[in-house]
Design a protein around this ligand. Structure first.
Ligand code: NAD
Length: 471
């Protein structure tokens, strides 16, 4: 049992003024593992005040000083990869197949940003003007539970590179991971107030940060519903916003795909992070004439996606994060059947042999049409829909017929054809044949998947205001 009773303000671990607590659970066992004391509105305001005090000096630091800070942050986080991995396994249930990549990646986001910063020109001439990119002011970051460590590090790295100070409100369900990460960040020895971390409820601390007049920018990762609320609150003081929201990614198998290669890749993209991923490719689009073959192969391949607790090195899919998330996923599985979809594999209940923990069966629906709710709404669990298409035109039209537009996947052999198809998809990223993540390329969504971009120069400029000085 671990009781987390501190938040981080102005370079110190402090006890929140608010006294409410929330329970923390191990999703693989459903057992309570600790509590977190939640910050309140006053705590959020103190954190904003600290970040505001730190801003004038920090915004004038040199590029070299900030590169040095980013390198120190990288070293401090990299030094505790194994503690962070354990915490993510315990509190989130992340399988080793996910933590092996995601924790080192979280540490490296500081180095990636240091490289971006080294090459970035904060001043340029445009005609008669000297254009200066100025740090935006105090930023707020609000993050979800599905990759807590990575979201905090990437948003913090970008704020630091830009010369902004920041107040972060992570998901209250991720407090164990946040605590260890905060200890790492503290060890890096940044000036007081440059970053502040306040655990708390979204509708308390998150809402206060979204409306506080001293916050110049909100960077949010989470659901589309909460993103809309933040956008409304931010409007009163014209905060800049970056919103990374939900997705319903098309996972398109083309008629020239090598199915031996494509099918495992399709499922990896569909079940990434136990299906609790905004970027999951949850709509599998299949040419009509390949449908029977693809369904048979999906059914066979899914057997290799072992569901299990994080201590099982072979597990590819862990539990859902909470009872609420488990119930939500179950309700969508029930809905799919009610809507008339067929069940290729999976279904209601837990996988056999796992009678406790919020484990759900990896599920694939067939006979899905793109108007069904299971094809339109983000389920956020390992539940995929197979949708058949006639020709390339219809594939593009189904892929784009969604309120979302985050990440799409193409599987085929003709590179030029896939590049041309990618140009026609309305989404922020298109991944061809399971290509690895590119941390320097912009990330973000079209339509209701969000506003703005993170990562690389695009992410950095979202923390900067251009100023033209004309003589
Ligand atoms: P959520 O929207 O419920 O919560 C996200 C964060 O917002 C949490 O810290 C929460 O406390 C806070 N929050 C809740 N209500 C708030 C309010 N009124 N004002 C301010 N903050 C508030 O999302 P979640 O359930 O934690 O995460 C899952 C969602 O996140 C999914 O929809 C998923 O698609 C999305 N997501 C998007 C991306 C992306 O990069 N596009 C990445 C991961 C997750």
């Amino acid at each position: 049992m671990r009781d987390i009773d501190k938040i981080y303000i102005d370079g110190q671990f402090v006890t929140p003024q608010a006294t409410e607590t929330a329970d923390l659970h191990n999703p693989a066992t459903e057992k309570k593992i600790g509590t977190v004391r939640l910050g309140g509105i006053e705590d959020a305001r103190e954190a904003v005040a600290a970040a505001k005090r730190a801003f004038p000096a920090f915004s004038r630091t040199s590029k070299a000083e900030r590169v040095d800070i980013l390198k120190r942050l990288n070293a401090a986080v990299a030094a505790r990869v194994s503690d962070l991995t354990d915490a993510m396994a315990l509190e989130y249930g992340a399988p080793q197949t996910f933590t092996r990549f995601s924790i080192p990646h979280a540490a490296s986001s500081f180095l990636t940003m240091a490289n971006v910063l080294e090459d970035y020109e904060f001043e340029r001439r445009i005609g008669r003007a000297r254009v200066v990119m100025q740090p935006i002011g105090v930023a707020a970051a609000i993050t979800p539970w599905n990759s807590n460590i990575g979201f905090i590090t990437s948003k913090l790295a970008t704020a630091i590179a830009a010369g902004s100070t920041i107040v972060m409100k992570p998901s209250e369900m991720s407090a164990t991971q946040t605590q260890i990460l905060t200890e790492c960040l503290h060890d890096a020895g940044l000036p007081n107030g440059v970053f502040n971390i306040v655990n708390g409820l979204g509708n308390v601390v998150g809402a206060e940060l979204s409306r506080h007049p001293d916050i110049a920018k909100v960077t949010f990762t989470g659901s589309t519903a909460v993103g809309k609320e933040i956008l409304h609150s931010a409007a009163d003081t014209f905060k800049r916003v970056t919103l990374e929201l939900g997705g319903k990614g098309p996972n398109i198998i083309l008629d020239d795909a090598d199915l031996d290669v494509a099918i495992p890749s399709v499922l990896r993209m569909g079940f990434i992070n136990s299906g609790q991923a905004c970027i999951a490719g949850t709509r599998i689009l299949v040419p009509n004439h390949l449908l029977d073959d693809v369904l048979a192969r999906l059914k066979q391949e899914i057997e290799t996606f072992k569901v299990g607790a994080p201590d099982d090195p072979d597990a590819m899919i862990g539990p859902m994060v909470s009872q609420k998330q488990y119930d939500r996923v179950q309700s969508y599985i029930e809905l799919g059947t009610r809507e008339g979809a067929g069940l290729l594999t999976g279904g209601l209940g837990r996988p056999s042999g796992l009678d406790r923990g919020w484990f759900t069966k990896p599920t694939i629906f067939t006979d899905v049409n793109n108007q069904m709710r299971i094809a339109r709404e983000e389920i956020f669990g390992p539940v995929l829909s197979v949708i058949a298409y006639r020709d390339e035109e219809e594939a593009v039209s189904i892929a784009n017929d969604t309120p979302y537009g985050l990440q799409a996947y193409l599987h085929g052999t003709d590179a030029a054809r896939m590049q041309a198809l990618a140009d026609r998809l309305d989404c922020g990223r298109v991944v061809i044949n399971g290509a690895p993540h590119e941390p320097l390329a912009p990330f973000g969504g079209f339509k209701q998947s969000g506003i703005g971009r993170e990562y690389g120069v695009f992410g950095l400029e979202a923390f900067l205001e251009p100023k033209a000085i004309i003589a």
